[in-house]
Design a protein around this ligand. Structure first.
Ligand code: FE
Length: 337
């Protein structure tokens, strides 16, 4: 059970680490990394005079909000992945936000119909293909990954990773559980090695000749190109945007939700609207190598150079609802084993 000591400790950490007193402020709990979002917070403060206090976490955010309850200092949560956004809502730690500005900037497929979460950036889950060993047209769909021709040629991170669970959940939404189980089994049979490492580790394995194609998120291309040690990995591959046979390219989002407690609600709405504004969306595009959700704001020149694609039309909440089934199937076929 969570104790008063835990609460006191949380309060102490907040007071000492990140919560100076300002006349106008907004408090953010973030699963997103400081270097990704602090430039946006700084721009918001410069424009509005409202200070943004942030606490960066790598886990336990929902538990923390639940233990703090009505006394939580947090106004907003920033996180990646539809499953995490849906979990916040399911756990009852958010509240709806009605905002004409948010509804105008963010297409309906990238926000909660019940107004509890709003997507701020999107990313596609794509195929990284060896430049010298994979021809154009060799792989065009996610279903293709199950083809015999890829035997011993695919690398991927764990099937239980949130990004892969979302892809598998989308496969269920398109084809049902039985076909998806067969797909998972066939992809597993094509793997060059047991699932391991993160998305970039798969591209490194292509560079090293261990496999020819890998599944990964788009923005990692940008991160690798900017890292002197990883640039050679990035240079050995190109991005292919696969589609579902009966759909488009699988996308996921990072997004924001208002906490139930939100002591600075008005300021929090202002920050949400800033993140979805042209200025906010342009900053996201330049800093994160992600796609703005606002279709009137272009992706960065680098991201645009990777090619264009049609996002799958599935509602992200439908993907979130399939997540438990996706996880169960992944474990049933022993994908990582
Ligand atoms: Fe990531």
């Amino acid at each position: 059970m969570l104790t008063r000591l835990h609460l006191a400790l949380s309060a102490l950490l907040l007071a000492t680490a990140a919560m100076p007193v300002f006349a106008q402020e907004v408090n953010v709990y973030s699963y997103r990394q400081p270097e990704l979002v602090e430039p946006l917070f700084n721009a918001f403060t410069a424009e509005t005079g409202i200070a943004v206090n942030s606490v960066f976490l790598s886990k336990g955010l929902v538990e923390r909000l639940k233990s703090e309850g009505d006394r939580s200092p947090a106004d907003l949560v920033l996180t990646t992945d539809i499953s995490r956004l849906a979990e916040l809502v399911a756990e009852g730690v958010t509240q709806p936000v009605e905002s004409a500005a948010l509804d105008a900037a963010i297409p309906a497929i990238y926000r909660d119909p019940a107004h509890h979460w709003f997507g701020l950036t999107s990313r596609a889950r794509v195929i990284y293909a060896a430049n010298d060993r994979v021809a154009d047209g060799d792989v065009t769909t996610y279903e293709d990954l199950a083809s015999d021709k890829w035997k011993g040629r695919i690398c991927t991170r764990s099937g239980t990773n949130a990004y892969n669970v979302a892809l598998t959940a989308a496969m269920i939404a398109h084809h049902g559980e039985e076909d998806t189980a067969h797909w998972l089994e066939a992809v597993k049979a094509n793997l060059a090695r047991k699932p391991q490492g993160n998305d970039r580790a798969q591209v490194k394995a292509i560079w090293a000749g261990e496999c020819d194609i890998a599944v990964g998120n788009t923005y990692y291309m940008g991160l690798m190109l900017k890292d002197p040690e990883q640039k050679a990995w990035a240079d050995s591959v190109r991005i292919i945007f696969p589609t579902f046979e009966d759909g488009g390219t699988h996308v996921n989002v990072s997004g924001v939700a208002m906490t139930k407690a939100a002591p600075n609600r008005d300021n929090a709405v202002k920050l949400m609207e800033f993140l979805a504004s042209h200025t906010g969306q342009e900053l996201y595009a330049e800093i994160n190598d992600e796609y703005p959700v606002d279709p009137s704001v272009p992706a960065s020149a680098l991201v645009t150079s990777w090619g264009s694609f049609t996002p799958d039309a599935l509602n992200l909440m439908d993907i979130a609802h399939m997540r438990p089934a996706a996880l169960r199937l992944t474990e049933t076929v022993d994908f990582d084993g």
